[in-house]
Design a protein around this ligand. Structure first.
Ligand code: PGA
Length: 264
């Protein structure tokens, strides 16, 4: 079994203005320096990518700058959109794709999500592909089916050599921002099936498919806090987390990062 370095992302969503965003990045960079043990990325809103990136660089932090969204075309008449090369200009290394708020609030389809995954990989970025079932799908016994299908759609056409830059975030929609968690056992079970989808669905098994599936990191997301991170991260297939609300407070986010650092 490969050792998977934990990876924790702080998805700030449409929160934190100007000086607040910079101060949050500075505080996290100061309080958490063990990026040799945990990969860390923060995802500020577009207008603050550049100042947050500058603050992280000035602090000499290994925390990566991430973007919450982008458009697949390289340039042109796409009013309101931001291209990958623009993100590269301001130092973005990681992008989120398929977050449930983009799927279910903004209306992104699996087809667009797959185009985004492939465009970002071709552009040299790391990608966090988010998947997760809605409450009614869980209640109908469709959890694994939804997660595996979103994984297959999202990763269709991705080349084996690009998989080292993919992370999957399992985020049950009913757990995002609600204070409700998947139990550690439910999270483990979903992660295990998502890993199977990578091994035998995206790639067709054999030694290669299995080794790619065993190496891919799968984060859990959905109401992770300092108080519940350790038990979630203790599960064998939970390789860190994607954190929303709790990433907006430096101490709370750092408590989660410390929990991830203890996983190895
Ligand atoms: P939450 O959000 O931690 O506030 O539940 C997680 C996410 O949407 O990535």
């Amino acid at each position: 079994m490969p050792t998977r370095k934990p990876f924790v992302g702080g998805n700030w969503k449409m929160n934190q203005h100007g000086a607040e965003a910079v101060a949050l990045a500075e505080a996290v960079a100061k309080k958490f320096t063990a990026t040799d043990k945990v990969d860390v990325a923060v995802f500020p809103a577009f207008p603050y990518l550049a100042p947050v990136g500058q603050a992280l660089a000035k602090a000499g932090s290994g925390i990566k700058l991430g973007a919450q969204d982008f458009y697949v075309e390289p340039n042109g008449a796409f009013t309101g959109e931001v291209s990958l090369s623009m993100l590269k200009d301001v130092g973005v290394k990681v992008v989120l794709v398929g977050h449930s708020e983009r799927r279910h609030v903004i209306g992104e389809t699996d087809v667009l999500i797959n185009r985004k995954v492939r465009a970002a990989l071709d552009g040299g970025f790391e990608v966090i592909l988010c998947v997760g079932e809605k409450l009614e799908q869980r209640e109908a016994g469709m959890t694994d089916c939804v997660n595996m299908a979103q994984t297959l759609y999202g990763l269709g056409g991705v080349k084996p050599e690009q998989m080292a830059r993919i992370t999957i975030a399992y985020e049950p929609v009913w757990a995002i921002g609600t204070g409700k968690n998947a139990t550690p056992i439910d999270a483990q079970s979903a992660h295990w099936r998502i890993r199977d989808a990578v091994k035998y669905g995206v790639f067709t098994g054999g030694e290669k498919g299995e080794s790619i599936g065993n190496a891919v990191r799968i984060q859990y997301g959905g109401s992770v806090k300092g108080s519940n991170a350790a038990e979630l991260f203790a599960q064998p297939d939970v390789d860190g987390g994607l954190i929303g609300g709790a990433s907006l407070k430096a101490d709370e986010f750092v408590a989660i990062l410390d929990a991830a650092a203890k996983k190895q």
